[in-house]
Design a protein around this ligand. Sequence first.
Ligand code: 6PG
Length: 235
Amino acid sequence: MKPNLHISLDPVAEIAAQIEIAAREAIEARGRFSIALSGGSTPKALYQLLASPEWKPRFDWLKIDVFFGDERAVSPDDALSNFKMASQALLNQVPARVFRMEAERADLESAASDYQNALQDNCDTLDLVLLGLGDDGHTASLFPSSPQLLEAEKWVTATPIATLDPHLRRLTLTFAAINRARRAWFLVSGAGKAERLKQVLNGARDVKTLPAQGVRPQNGELKWFLDEAAARLVG
Ligand code: 6PG
């Protein structure tokens, strides 16, 4: 299947515009919009844009449920926390309903199953999962060669020994959750991602080595929002 690529000078503005449409459609059809946020550094600019005076009024925030694709912190106030980053950039400024992954809990397995319950109780199918592409081909906190890649039942799992620095305790959505979403959209930017992106999109299928290849929504839409530097080898 040909990948659905959106290459632009400003992929953040491009994906923001598409999120606005997706949110409106979901709210019209089902009354609420559910989104799982990605972490890392790339999406911060997106969250800041959505919080800007121009963009914030375009969303009906009271009807938006915000989940997370993964969390990687020892406390919600940890500098590496995806929740902290998203809160500072966006969530503290809008009245969305926010569901935080408690990766600081001693019993990570129970934190994972509680998050799965929160997801299943509040939204059976995520309207949108935002994803990034790690330098090693990971996405969410699904790392090369990790047993979590094979998880077929649980929607959320603990990844106690992440193979990538920083070696933090993590929680992550699994492919079982991501691939039942209505949309899975990657936001990838920078020349440093170009080679890995080429492998993920054009290389032989090998999810164990390139976990991002495991994202294939069964009945949903897979899109890649790329800047020209990241798309240099695939455009
Ligand atoms: C996290 C992530 C992760 C991220 C990639 C890419 O580590 O919290 O959600 O999967 O999306 O590591 O991160 P960058 O876009 O910052 O390179």
